[in-house]
Design a protein. Structure first.
Ligand code: ADP
Ligand code: MG
Length: 344
């Protein structure tokens, strides 16, 4: 039970917007005008602007049953910033639009905005506007993220060439097994509410699903080390699907080595407990929000120095196809929904 419940109606739409943005402070020098007018004004100081938007629907993209509102706010921002990072750009601003019903109290929305502001402060991003409207069917969240990059220094999906190294940041598959775990515990809770969820020793995978982080650190590192990837994408839908996007857009094939795919020990343990193949979790799980990119072979020495980046394969001629070489040395065609074809 909430301690105190303030009805949205008691504030009204404008009162609610004022309330949610009352402590909003801007940090970016380029933010000339923020919340409060018909539009925000941003100075880019000659840098190029990168824009991305996402729509999140309750029941489709998130479940309030195991997603605390604060985490939801944080994650909604994080996944948008990840798209900006995937262009090798630096996120600077967001707008947040929400569709809400009177099912939510002002206190509940405060929690959601706490998460939004936490992500903004973590990534030095300003909240500069949004829209607030009524939704009778679940909570709707739309976030637009804006970023900046030195002229011409953004990285698209279509620049990979045969023999470029295929690299990924962090590790993969954890968010997928984290979600499976939360869903299992939710089911148990629905059947027997007195049973407390058993999430012991699972903090890494739970964190990966509830609090993903965009890899702005990898973008900064690549920029500082003068490494210009030839193509880049963020891993939101599973590794195989993202690799195939790079291959299709770049008109290349690829070779991916199963034994190179970075998978956290906790992810492996959880996958084994669920009787699923950890590689399948990485290939088809999704929601990892790591960066997948290609670099010229000459960059290998530099890339190898960063323990947060793993070379997992290389790009090939289109005629060679897009393949994964399994641990046992067999070659299989990579498919977007991939592990059936891939089972030996
Ligand atoms: P308009 O009628 O021009 O759409 P609004 O009354 O919707 O203006 O918004 C007033 C100001 O508050 C604008 O600067 C808008 O960007 C901002 N705003 C509205 N809703 C939100 C929200 N949910 N979060 C942050 N800012 C918001
Ligand atoms: Mg409006």
């Amino acid at each position: 039970m909430e301690e105190h419940r303030t009805e949205i109606a008691s504030l009204g739409e404008f009162g609610l917007i004022d309330h949610l943005t009352r402590n909003n402070e801007t940090m970016q020098a380029g933010t000339l005008l923020s919340v409060g007018d018909d539009a925000a004004v941003v100075d880019n100081f000659g840098r190029q602007t990168v824009i991305s938007t996402d729509l999140l629907l309750e029941g489709v993209h998130f479940d309030l049953m195991y997603m605390p509102l604060k985490h939801l706010g944080y994650k909604a921002v994080a996944v948008n910033l990840s798209d900006i990072c995937a262009m090798m750009a630096t996120p600077t601003h967001i707008t947040v639009s929400i569709g809400i019903s009177n099912r939510f109290s002002v206190e509940a929305l405060d929690e959601f905005y706490d998460g939004i502001y936490a992500a903004c402060s973590q990534y030095n991003v300003d909240l500069i506007g949004g829209d607030t409207t009524t939704s009778h069917k679940g909570f709707v969240i739309s976030i637009t993220a804006i970023g900046e990059v030195a002229p011409g220094k953004f990285v698209t999906r279509d620049g990979a060439k045969p023999n470029d190294l295929l690299c990924v940041s962090g590790d993969l598959g954890a968010a997928y097994v984290g979600l499976q775990l939360l869903e299992r515990e939710k089911k148990i809770f629905m059947e027997t509410p007195q049973v407390q969820p058993d999430l012991e020793n699972r903090s890494y995978i739970i964190g990966r699903i509830l609090k993903p982080e965009p890899r702005a650190d990898i973008v900064t590192w690549l920029q500082e080390n003068d490494i210009m990837p030839t193509s880049m994408i963020d891993v939101s839908d599973g590794l195989s699907s993202e690799i195939l996007h790079l291959c299709t857009r770049s008109h290349t094939g690829c070779v991916l080595y199963e034994d190179k795919i970075p998978i956290h020990a906790e992810t492996r343990e959880m996958a084994f407990e669920f009787n699923i193949d950890p590689t399948a979790c990485a290939l088809s799980g999704g929601e990892d929000y790591e960066l997948l990119f290609t670099v010229k072979q000459e960059e290998y020495e530099k890339i190898a120095k960063n323990s947060n980046i793993t070379v997992i394969g290389y790009m090939a001629e289109t005629t060679e196809g897009s393949n994964i070489i399994t641990r046992s040395g067999k070659k299989h065609a990579l498919t977007a929904q991939g592990w059936n074809a891939f089972k030996e």
